[in-house]
Write a protein that binds this ligand. Structure first.
Ligand code: NAG
Length: 269
């Protein structure tokens, strides 16, 4: 009897070891059974090694020359991307111009403007989606940050970035994704990347835009499957803060933060 139980333990242990070994081999997380993907450190195509023409190391001088070029192409500063969703707006409006902020939406925008001022970062720019509700939100925020350069960008308008998984029960997004997806991806590539080598100081860009755009950016920046975007809920006039290090590592500091708002101000729709 004793020998038999021992035998079973050995068999179980052996099977466990083989499964564990295969899991590691195939990149499966043994605890949760989830495939773990390797971080792509050249996700923004700004890794200096991918920018400099390879050189045959024929002499130490040549090697030094290559290393100097590499250093010149290297990012030196952190980029902080502060994504603000617009405030609550009038859903009954037919055209974009009619979809204006509600009185509550205006209060939310003012609360977030006050918060950004209180955070007191050396803001670099405010970039506004050209849709009415985003521009209105930005104008209210600008009251608190009067000296920051402002730009408008239609790439940041709302849309359907990618067909979500799991699918939405009502919405049929295929046409909208075909129309908007590449434009929202273009916005991602324009705004979310490590600092250019010339940038000496850390930068803090405020992007006033939209829920789907922000959720897509987060998935793309964190290298989470982008079709997971609809699994995130996002508050009106909330603060989502991404940081990109000089090596291209990405950190999500806050998501959908409305901790600065009184509870009665907090809405998602
Ligand atoms: C970088 O920051 C320093 C210190 O705040 C400042 O003096 C300098 O003008 C900044 N440089 C640029 C290019 O913004």
């Amino acid at each position: 009897m004793v020998n038999f139980s021992k035998y079973k333990i050995y068999v179980a242990g052996g099977v466990g070891a083989v499964v564990g070994g295969l899991s590691i081999y195939f990149g499966i997380d043994t605890m949760y059974g989830i495939p773990t993907l390797k971080w792509d450190s050249n996700w923004d195509k700004r890794d200096p090694r991918s920018l400099i023409k390879p050189m045959k190391f024929i002499s130490p001088e040549k090697e030094n020359e290559y290393n100097e070029k590499l250093n010149k192409a290297r990012s030196k500063a952190f980029r902080h991307i502060i994504l603000i969703r617009h405030g609550q707006y009038n859903l009954l409006g037919k055209t974009d111009k009619e979809r204006t902020l509600t009185p509550l939406g205006e209060e939310q925008a003012l609360a977030t403007g006050a918060r950004l001022k209180e955070l007191n970062f050396p803001y670099t720019s405010i970039i506004r989606s050209t849709m009415t509700r985003a521009t209105q939100t930005a104008i209210l925020i600008q009251k608190f940050l009067p000296d920051i350069p402002v730009k408008d960008c239609s790439l940041l308008e709302e849309g359907a970035p990618i067909v979500p998984e799991p699918p939405h029960s009502q919405w049929r997004p295929e046409y909208y994704v075909f129309r908007d997806g590449p434009r929202i991806e273009a916005a991602f590539r324009k705004y979310v990347h490590r600092a250019a080598p010339e940038q000496v100081n850390d930068s803090y860009d405020i992007l006033v835009c939209h829920g789907n755009v922000i959720r897509y950016f987060i998935c793309r920046a964190l290298q989470i499957p982008a079709n997971a975007w609809l699994r995130f809920s996002i508050n009106h006039a909330s603060i989502t803060w991404l940081t990109i290090s000089p090596s291209g590592k990405v950190s999500l500091k806050t998501y959908s933060d409305v901790g600065h708002m009184a509870p009665q101000y907090i809405t998602t729709s």
